[in-house]
Design a protein around this ligand. Structure first.
Ligand code: ZN
Length: 436
């Protein structure tokens, strides 16, 4: 079997293992990977944080002359509704040049690629340790990675991490532009509560309606629109993208960024909206609850907001911003999650290895660092001072809007061409960075 055929088979098999989270059942995927590796002479182990929820870990020892590298991935996927798919989501079907299934992009293709590259390094002369970690529960609580960090940190410690969250190439007017995720926005989920007093719903004047009191708060969140900030990483990426898309001249100095971002959105909604979210604070009302019965004036209402902030924002600054937003209104504020943005440096040997490998594979391409609008497990490593890069190299087919909606959406699939491209690039990155 050629390595491409082997890779397709590995991915197809992984996609057939239903690891929808909840409930996860990732140990089924971990056991499959353990057996697959063991057939190739690589030992690995499964670390479960609860029954059926296992992380797969393995390490190939290097000579110690160079840095170590962790290849990180997750085996769980978000649920899929078969009624909405053209091909059953857990069939792992190989059809028309594509491998189909939930997780084909996020991120079992990367699990397959990393596992394959890892297994091929077992007899090579590595300068540093190469570690493979495929976690459980990334899509929900992150219990998998937390378990490993708390209970088995020594098994996965590395100088560098490669993970998901970047690496997509866009074919713009003037050539390919690839991203590498070197930062993630901060996550500040909060809840605001308004209080009223109950009364019979038929005589509303006797009570105080908490839902009515929530209305101005909800309006302010919905109307909140932060300006784009020229923060790095991301700004350089967005600037390059605008230029390569032909929306602004190569030599031009950009001063009308909002207009250009709107124009980018008109060209490709996926690219435009992602670029905006990278450069801005966003506040999304995601849940609202109020009232207990049809005929009772509601005495409490809560609104949950998903607030994300680009690098440069601290928790203090976010709290001030929220205070300003709701100024003059009565409410109680509670944070559900507070995690600062995380950033990795770009002037590292691994970054340079990634860049030079990519440019060899795709001559004339550009690589620019980006901030992920959402979050991945990379943040845990960045907090420990370990550079982590989101780099799952893929060439986006068609427009970015349709492409990006396959992730967590319907009919998720990856072309065999892209799967092999991802493998070729990552293998070369590992070889150029790790081999003697
Ligand atoms: Zn993912």
């Amino acid at each position: 079997m050629s390595s491409a055929e082997e890779l397709v088979k590995l991915l197809s098999n992984l996609l057939q293992i239903d690891t929808s989270n909840p409930p996860g059942n990732e140990s089924n995927a971990a056991r499959f990977l353990r057996d697959w590796l063991s057939q190739r002479g690589v030992e690995s182990e499964i670390l479960e944080f609860e029954k059926g929820r296992g992380n797969l870990v393995s390490r190939i020892k290097g000579s110690g002359e160079g840095p170590s590298l962790l290849l990180l991935s997750h085996t769980d996927v978000v649920p899929a509704d078969p009624a909405r798919w053209r091909i059953p989501p857990f069939s792992g079907a190989v059809k028309d040049g594509y491998v189909w299934g939930r997780g084909a992009l996020d991120m079992k293709s990367m699990v397959a690629v990393e596992t394959m590259v890892f297994s091929e390094m077992v007899d090579r002369k590595l300068k540093g340790d190469l570690i493979l970690l495929a976690t459980a529960d990334e899509e929900k609580g992150g219990s998998g990675i937390k378990h490993v960090l708390e209970k088995a940190l020594d098994k996965i410690t590395a100088d560098y991490v490669i993970n998901e969250g970047g690496g997509e190439g866009i074919l713009a007017k003037k050539g390919w532009i690839f991203s590498i995720q070197t930062a993630e926005r901060g996550v500040f989920w909060y809840r605001v509560r308004t209080k009223g007093s109950p009364a019979h719903g038929s005589i509303p004047g006797l009570g105080v309606n908490a839902i009515d009191r929530m209305r101005p708060l909800l309006n302010r969140v919905s109307e909140f629109k932060a300006a784009s900030e020229r923060v790095e990483p991301s700004w350089r990426y967005v600037e390059s993208l605008l230029k390569m898309m032909g929306l602004v001249d190569e030599e031009a100095k950009i001063d009308n960024v909002e207009i250009l971002l709107d124009r980018l959105t008109e060209t490709d909604k996926g690219l435009g909206e992602s670029a905006k979210a990278m450069l801005r604070v966003t506040m999304t009302p995601t849940m609202i609850q109020g009232g207990i019965k049809e005929n009772v004036v509601p005495y409490e209402c809560t609104l949950t907001v998903d607030c994300r902030v680009p690098p440069g924002y601290s928790g203090e600054r976010v709290k001030r911003m929220i205070g300003d937003l709701f100024q003059g209104l009565e409410y109680e504020l509670e944070f559900i999650q507070e995690s600062d943005p995380t950033v990795s440096p770009v002037d590292t040997p691994l970054y340079r290895a990634i860049e030079s490998t990519l440019l060899k594979q795709v001559p004339g391409a550009r690589l620019e660092p980006t901030t992920m609008t959402g979050g991945t497990d990379s943040r845990y490593f960045r907090r420990m001072g370990i550079p982590a890069y989101g780099f799952q190299p893929l060439m986006v087919e068609g427009n970015y809007y349709d492409w990006s909606r396959m992730v967590h959406g319907d009919n998720e699939r990856i072309s065999i061409e892209n799967l092999v491209f991802c493998y070729r690039v990552l293998k070369q990155v590992v070889e150029s960075f790790m081999l003697k």
